[in-house]
Design a protein around this ligand. Structure first.
Ligand SMILES: Nc1ncnc2c1ncn2[C@@H]1O[C@H](COP(=O)(O)OP(=O)(O)OP(=O)(O)O)[C@@H](O)[C@H]1O
Length: 244
């Protein structure tokens, strides 16, 4: 089981972000994607980012995940400033510490669910068994199915299993439900909820699916490159109960 809410509150933060700014382009073409973001993410928290298109949500996740560089400000992962990492440190950090889930699943069509995950676990230090990772997202009966034999929601759950099988400390999910209807999207969010509760992985998720707000520990509202509101769920809702 993951840490309780009380244990999480005492845990040191996994991220501390101060004055994070991102400007794309220069001069008349400059776009201010982030205008000074501050946040603290407790280890083991489920954090949801909500806000209109273009408000900076993806930019923040990309910088936290070491996929993009900040223009100014800091993002500490424990005591190390990700914004100061060189390319080698970024590669190492992404490989060891961060799992990514995107809108599109990017599974290898010629490999089964289990084999897609084994691709990652073969190059990890302390991986989960691919079958255990798939069981965690409710796909224990789909181990030997190919992506084309799985629904969109099932494929996304394979992508989640792949992302967590290397046991990353954080899981960054950019619109994982974007291509799915709301019922299927809710199942995908239930898989993320399960991962967060069982493994204690710190999860950030961008989604427009309404059920997420109750499942999260914290909801961050974005507007025009800033966090414009925060809601903390002191008593997080019970796990999303589902038959997969
Ligand atoms: N590589 C880039 N070059 C130039 N501008 C960019 C780039 N990436 C993002 N932007 C701009 O930065 C702003 C923030 O974009 P971002 O993708 O972070 O928003 P978002 O809140 O995730 O939006 P969405 O919900 O549509 O994905 C937008 O105005 C976007 O057009």
């Amino acid at each position: 089981m993951g840490p309780t809410a009380a244990a999480r509150a005492l845990a040191p933060p996994v991220y501390r972000v101060e004055g994070l700014t991102k400007t794309y382009g220069t001069g008349a073409n400059a776009v201010q994607a982030l205008r000074g973001v501050d946040l603290v993410a407790q280890a083991g928290a489920m954090i949801v980012l909500l806000g209109p298109s273009g408000s900076g949500k993806s930019t923040l996740l990309n910088i936290l995940g070491g996929l993009d560089h900040a223009t100014a400000g800091h993002a500490w992962f424990h005591d190390r400033d990700v914004t100061a990492f060189d390319d080698d440190a970024l590669t190492e950090y992404r490989r060891r510490s961060v799992g990514f889930v995107f809108q599109f699943y990017n599974l290898v069509a010629s490999l089964t669910a289990r084999e897609n995950i084994a691709l990652i676990t073969e190059i990890s230090d302390h991986p989960m068994d691919p079958a255990a990772a798939l069981a965690l997202v409710g796909l224990e009966t789909r181990l030997d199915h190919f992506p084309a034999q799985l629904s969109g929601g099932e494929q996304q759950r394979v992508a989640i299993a792949r992302a967590i099988a290397k046991r990353p400390e954080v899981l960054l999910c950019d619109e994982p439900t974007g291509a799915l209807d709301s019922h299927t999207g809710t199942r995908v969010l239930a898989a993320l909820d399960q991962v967060n509760r069982e493994l204690g992985t710190t999860v950030f998720v961008i989604t427009h699916n309404a059920v997420i707000a109750d499942v999260a520990d914290e909801v961050l509202l974005f507007g025009d490159g800033r966090i414009t509101g925060r809601r903390h769920n002191a008593r997080r809702a019970a796990p999303l109960a589902l038959t997969w």
